[in-house]
Design a binder for this molecule. Structure first.
Ligand code: GDP
Length: 396
């Protein structure tokens, strides 16, 4: 990757990681994950897809070097768009590689996508012009596949420029081989100079490659990744998701759960968080924290997505915990303000009264008190930063 870019990213990361204090409830590790995500997502341009303009033909030019998976992704995209209801046509303008047109036709045949091409013709811009004329306004989208190799790089780029003029594309999609890594920046920059790149596709992400080159390609062109290729079969294409991608890059699964938790904590009541981290949590605070961690009833999803957690939580236990949280709501409602503010007041006679008032056995009230005490002790020990630890103390 470009050295300037690396320096720039590293500098920003260091500044933020050192300078920012994690909000109470978020571990330092998760906070760093969030900062990393923020910065990488900024480079990747967030999540985006091409917005097709209705009522007219949208022309998409596919760019990329030979072997990047350009023809394959063209066929995949044609099928995907067809399934989404767009009438799609393909122009095969790779007039350089022998067999390119046959390959494209074979791949598109099964999804009933028409491919226009001229076997034996070497003037690619002319093929593009005639191809576009052939489809006329019968299509919503026309994908134009191009050559990826010439005797000289200069020749290839010159041809792209001429094809760009002939096609006047609404979108130029740059296809990047996810396994090539650090050569992406220069490659993307060179293509971008010939035809302004509006989106990126990263292929071969089914391999062990992490696709870090996508970040370089995004930075070089100022455009976002739109699709990824995840295999050799025609259906192995996905809309790009930056949370999944960054998770993969960091080797930790989907980072969405961490981000959502961070957001909830940031949006949360600062007074309450301050109270909790200083060891003065009330019963209401405890309940609200639990609710936040559990999310909108999706504790399972949260934990499954939480790095290091997936697979460790059994469904039965989740239901058990959700049931417990629900019970505790009724029990807490039966407490007086004084008891909620200072749960140490909960002695045997108060417990008996609360049990009667809430309709739950004393055993459950005691369990709540124990959960509260465990959590409070744990938060104190970790200075309030260990939400995951809290869940573990809850028996998960
Ligand atoms: P082009 O020269 O850029 O048009 O590249 P092709 O579409 O011919 O693909 C080059 C090779 O990469 C072929 O063997 C494809 O089967 C393979 N390929 C393309 N996309 C993927 C992908 O997402 N995953 C894997 N594993 N292989 C891919």
């Amino acid at each position: 990757m470009d050295v300037r870019l690396v320096k720039e990213i590293a500098g920003r990361l260091e500044e933020r990681c050192v300078g920012e204090v994690p909000p109470p409830g978020l571990s330092r590790k998760d906070h760093i994950v969030k900062i990393l995500y923020d910065e990488l997502a900024k480079l990747l341009g967030g999540e985006s897809e091409f917005s097709f303009k209705p009522g007219r033909t949208n022309k998409v030019l596919m760019l990329g070097i030979q072997g990047s998976g350009k023809s394959t992704i063209t066929a995949k995209l044609a099928k995907l768009l067809t399934r989404q209801g767009y009438k799609t046509g393909v122009v095969g303008a790779d007039t350089y590689r022998p067999g390119a047109l046959v390959q494209l036709r074979t791949m598109c045949e099964r999804s009933n996508v028409e491919v226009y091409g001229e076997e034996g013709e070497s003037d690619a811009p002319a093929v593009v012009r005639r191809g576009l004329r052939h489809f006329g306004d019968s299509c919503d989208v026309i994908l134009v596949d191009t050559a990826g190799r010439h005797k000289e790089e200069g020749e290839l780029l010159d041809e792209m420029k001429r094809i760009g003029k002939a096609a006047e594309p609404d979108l130029a999609l740059l296809v990047i081989d996810g396994t090539i890594g650090n050569r992406c920046y220069a490659q993307a920059e060179a293509f971008h100079k010939t035809v302004p790149v509006g989106g990126i596709v990263v292929t071969k992400l089914d391999s062990s490659a992490k696709g870090g080159g996508a970040i370089a390609a995004s930075a070089a062109t100022g455009s976002s990744v739109m699709y990824i290729g995840t295999g050799e079969r025609i259906d192995d294409i996905e809309q790009f998701s930056s949370t999944r991608f960054v998770g993969r890059l960091l080797g930790m699964g989907d980072v969405r759960a961490v981000l959502e938790l961070a957001k909830r904590l940031e949006d949360g009541d600062q007074d309450r968080l301050k109270r909790i981290s200083s060891g003065k949590m009330t019963m209401d605070d405890f309940y609200q924290q639990l609710g936040e961690v559990a999310g909108a009833g999706s504790l399972q999803g949260l934990l499954e997505n939480m790095p290091g957690f997936s697979g460790s939580v059994q469904t039965g236990k989740i239901e058990q915990l959700e049931g417990r949280i629900e019970r505790w709501r009724y029990i807490i409602q039966s407490m007086t303000q004084a008891e909620k503010a200072d749960p140490d007041l909960l002695n045997a006679s108060r417990i008996k009264r609360i049990a009667r008032g809430s309709g739950w056995p004393e055993h459950d009230v005691k369990e709540l008190r124990k959960g509260y005490n465990n959590s409070k002790g744990m938060i104190k020990a970790s200075k309030g930063r260990q939400m995951q630890g809290m869940l573990r103390r809850m028996g998960l």
